[in-house]
Design a protein around this ligand. Sequence first.
Ligand code: FE2
Length: 192
Amino acid sequence: MEETGKIDWYGVKRATEWHTDSTFESALPLLAMLHAKEVPSEKGGTMFADMRAAYDALPEARKQLLSGLIGLHGRSSGPAGERLYGDDKGETDKKYQEVQWPAVTRHPVSGRAILFVNPMHTHGFVGMKREEAWPLIDELAAHATQERFVYYHRWRVGDVLIWDERATMHRGAGDYRPDERRIMLRTIVYPS
Ligand SMILES: [Fe+2]
């Protein structure tokens, strides 16, 4: 909702494609939190994909390929970002440069391998043509978001959900009627 009580149409579709937050920034967040103030009468959930389990389940040939790849990240410039927002990505004061992250990263605490490619912000790989990279990004996203790796959170007013940014992708389910109120508070935590 806007402050006037009007529906924020950008907000209705915001973040309804799979992503990891802020991978287009030079520093990665550690955790994020959402707190539900008002929720739609049904649906309107948030979905999470476990990118550690998704990595473990990849075919050996894909693990080999990914071990040598560096992902290129921009703000909503990946295939899903283009599908969702196109030229309507919203204004930001900050101008973003392309950022590189290894396609497979290690969890800072557990050391476990994580598939670190998300279709919202990953728009390519170093040394790979776009015609090859975009289908690979979409393939990895389809793999990682199979039902067996996904949790759907059904919101109740008062819920606080905290997630591990590095090890997950998430998206708004985008499955509620856009004339229903949904108000969430959001915080992102960076390592000190
Ligand atoms: Fe997000």
